[in-house]
Design a protein around this ligand. Structure first.
Ligand code: SF4
Length: 445
């Protein structure tokens, strides 16, 4: 039998971890990494020399699947001992076909199965004297911002999406669990929380808004109540994946009053009623332009970001022109646009008529040109203003950061010149003196 001294001498097993996909997958990765570190595993930056490689895959689009298979192939070539998890794990056959020797394949959120696979591949080093995990868990994002996942799965059945097949129906976390995690993150120095899920505004519907105890009072698992409580933490709270249901109106005053950031990420996807119906989008019947106008009356500095799909099966020239008109009217702050790509197993693939690739691409370019103009004008209005900027990275007299109106990775950047050294996570007031199509430039004051 191995004694404690021998166990302490043995180096800790090393795991190389690849995280692909959306912020929700990143949160899964963080949970797995936190468990690994809690059990004494070390993380390795390189595949070669690691005891095992874990690849957390994305299976949403064919291009994401190809990237996932590429990452598995690289891990197999450089290491050979590979555990696959995540969305693509829901289709194990397509992985086994290419890589029959992977050690294990599990689907999204199957944390325990991933840990079992790791234990089988390389048992943990037992070291009861070391508490390796800080109370807030381990983050893969920089320390100053963190994703906060409030639910798993989705009750909708958008025709282009297979996420409900992969992740199941909506399962909301109790409000107190979410709030305690948020509190720990704030205490550990996180300055910005990015609330994520598949459908943030549907939070709590599955548990009938069940109450749980937080700070000595009952908090309902309901969109508004959660936003209000998160607003008490005194850090930036940003909402992603919100659908324009009527009850979203209730949180706009919280944004006006500064309790949460004046920012809404709403994946509108289209504006033509025909296409929205064919897409089976949540809240597709809402009069969105009217809602946006009312929201901006209440919170004039509200920033709205969205994503759109052009070239969806059946999209006519008239549907597309309607979308452009809507965009010109809505004047959204930030927009992403994708040409429709069929996802294996999605009902949209059976719809028609198919829009040719060259038309899709022309429409995407036209769409982005219209948006660039809107975005430039909206950013130009910031010139001359003094706005708080959260610094993402800094070196010497220059730094890059974001305002309340920009989420990390998807929105623009604020380039900051400063006479004093700035550090990641600082929030500084910056006088904006220039803007381009996407970014702002200014001086720390
Ligand atoms: S809302 Fe639609 S697109 Fe989003 S996860 Fe649910 S089914 Fe997919």
């Amino acid at each position: 039998m191995q004694g404690p001294a021998e166990a302490a001498d043995k180096p800790a097993p090393r795991i190389s971890f690849v995280s692909l996909g959306c912020p929700k997958a990143l949160v899964d990765s963080e949970r797995i990494v936190t468990k690994l570190r809690a059990e004494g595993y070390e993380l390795s930056k390189r595949h070669d020399g690691a005891d095992v490689v874990i690849v957390n895959t994305c299976g949403f689009l064919d291009s994401a699947k190809a990237e996932s298979l590429g990452a598995i192939g690289e891990a197999m070539a450089q290491n050979g001992r590979v555990i696959v998890t995540g969305c693509m794990g829901a289709e194990p056959d397509s992985i086994r076909e290419r890589f029959p020797d992977v050690l294990s394949i599990t689907g999204p959120q199957q944390y325990e199965s991933v840990m079992d696979a790791v234990h089988r591949a390389v048992p943990p080093k037992h070291d009861p004297f070391l508490d390796l995990v800080p109370p807030q868990g381990l983050k893969l994002t920089p320390r100053h911002f963190s994703y906060l996942k409030i639910s798993e799965g989705c009750n909708h059945r958008c025709s282009f999406c297979i996420i409900p097949k992969l992740r199941g129906d909506l399962v909301s976390r109790p409000a107190a669990d979410v709030l305690r995690e948020a509190e720990k993150l704030a205490a550990a120095g996180v300055k910005e929380l990015l609330v994520v899920s598949q459908d943030t505004s549907a939070y709590g519907i599955d548990v009938r808004y069940a109450e749980s105890d937080w700070r000595g009072r009952a908090v309902k698992a309901r969109f508004f109540d959660l936003c209000e409580a998160l607003g008490e933490l005194g850090i930036w709270v940003r909402l992603h994946y919100v659908y324009p249901y009527p009850h979203v109106d209730d949180v706009i005053p919280l944004m006006r009053d500064g309790a949460i950031l004046p920012y809404l990420d709403i994946p509108f996807q289209h504006a033509s009623p025909e296409i929205l119906r064919a897409m089976k989008r949540p809240a597709h019947g809402e009069k969105t332009l009217e809602r946006i106008r009312r929201w901006r009356e209440i919170a004039p500095d509200l920033a709205i970001r969205s994503t759109f799909i052009v070239g969806f099966p059946g999209e006519t020239d008239a549907d597309f022109e309607m979308l452009l008109d809507w965009l010109r009217e809505a004047k959204l702050d930030r927009v992403g646009c994708f040409a429709f790509e069929p996802v294996r197993g999605a009902p949209a693939n059976d719809l028609g008529p198919i829009v040719p690739d060259v038309v899709k691409e022309q429409r995407r370019k036209r769409f982005m040109a219209v948006q660039a103009e809107i975005s430039r004008k909206r950013l130009a209005r910031k010139v001359g203003q003094r706005i708080p900027i959260l610094i993402d990275d800094a070196s010497g007299a220059v730094a890059r950061g974001r305002s309340k109106y920009d989420a990390p990775e998807i929105d623009g950047t604020v380039h900051v010149a400063s006479r004093r050294p700035l550090r990641q996570g600082d929030i500084v007031t910056v006088k904006i003196n220039r803007a381009d199509d996407h970014d702002l430039f200014g001086m720390a004051v």
